[in-house]
Ligand binder design. Sequence first.
Ligand SMILES: Nc1ncnc2c1ncn2[C@@H]1O[C@H](COP(=O)(O)OP(=O)(O)OP(=O)(O)O)[C@@H](O)[C@H]1O
Ligand SMILES: [Mg+2]
Length: 497
Amino acid sequence: MEYILEMRNISKTFPGVKALDNVQLQVRPGEVHALMGENGAGKSTLMKILMGIYTMDHGGSITFNGQPYTVHNPKEAMDTGVAMIHQELNPILDMTVYENIFVGREIRRHGLVDKKEEIRQARELIAECGLHVSPTEILRNLTVAQCQLIEIIKAISVNAKVIIMDEPTAAITDREVELLFDHIRRLKQKGVAIIYISHRMDEIFTICDTVTVYRDGQYIGCGSTKELDEAALIRMMVGREITDVFPKLEAKIGETIFEANHITRADNKVKDVSISVRSGEILGIGGLVGAGRSELVEGIFGMHRLSGGEIIVKGKKVQVHSPGDIIKEGVALVTEDRKVTGLNLSGSVNDNIAMVAIRKTLSNGLYSKAKARKVSEEYIGKLKIKTPSGDEIVNNLSGGNQQKVVISKWLLNDPDIIILDEPTRGIDVGAKRDIYLLIGSLAQQGKAVIIISSEIPELMGVCDRIDVMAEGHFSGELDRDHFSQESIMKLASDIAV
Ligand SMILES: Nc1ncnc2c1ncn2[C@@H]1O[C@H](COP(=O)(O)OP(=O)(O)OP(=O)(O)O)[C@@H](O)[C@H]1O
Ligand SMILES: [Mg+2]
């Protein structure tokens, strides 16, 4: 048997959208198979069909392990040997680690759940995985990377033959990515196939053997990563050449318009960090996830209590008790977690983008839904947001397109200082480029931009200056002339005093 999984003639139609049009996928045992394609290409949809979350349109066929495969829900998929680690991790946060591993297939003794045995087996599995957490720990207290490993443990423990990873590295640090890759290599040796979805090229070439590319719901091709290079892959994905992945527009750098000095958070997650940015300048904040970068900007925004520090916007000292105090001064923050702070998922694209515009029209004493709609359409075009119309519910958009909606929303507010926390997470290479150009044009208009990113090539590509944080401290600064992957990594892993 050459393939463990064969999907043929798969189509999926949603109201107004043909998400998949007669596509295929063939996966060999023991290979890491990348699915690539622009935002909205249909990758997650295909995987949800495999998990029994969506039913495919008539006419498709799936063969698994040489047998016809028909599953109706994720539990049946798991039982058959297919497990998925989701794009947006949704573990049950108030459950313990061991409960989460055995949920739906509890070990029973005399009809009762045998907690002791579950804990014992969980402890063994966790140790095998090299993870240092207690089986009785609550999931909420774990990092995203640890939660992911728990999901992987779960997949291993049900003897999954195919494990789907949908953007598994979106929220974990470089160090944790290395750990994840070690696990993937071990799974490969056991003959487990991994279906790997990511927009990060470096990962595709590091960990994947084969890649299948989709574009707009269509199958484009499949090839070995050894025979492909980045340019060829991009061409398959977007259907044209993109030579300059990190375009940098020239902007005139002026006066300092934003300063946050000696910021220290009451919970000590940020200790004495100072940043400043000039008009026309793009400042990067680098560091590992957990270094305190998001915590810094959330502190500046009054979302957490500061025990020290001052904030100066355009020369004026600002007392920040809540985000409104600083937004009022023309500072915007595009947060990292779009689901929590960025979006109204059950609202339409228009509602979300236009929310800010409506507020603006309201403050003039006029409410104009038509105007809001027009503004929204403009941004849908500018950022190429893939949606059947502005009336589509945001929840129905692909992950990357939801992120574009968040960005539009904040750009509309026309701030002078814009802080973007992981702005291109989950965004495809073509759309990333559009976002960099947009950021560049903001700088050209004299705005100051601060970008937090875990992707070092991105920071090096678009920033004028990079400040690096490690363990809640400031650990160093580099000018564009002195950018290098190594020097940033070194500062990021610095254990500051
Ligand atoms: N439940 C749904 N209802 C309506 N349309 C949907 C639904 N789920 C997905 N779509 C649409 O199907 C298309 C494919 O979406 P999908 O999430 O599979 O893309 P993707 O390749 O995973 O993109 P990304 O890289 O952004 O995660 C998109 O146009 C999306 O808007
Ligand atoms: Mg997706």
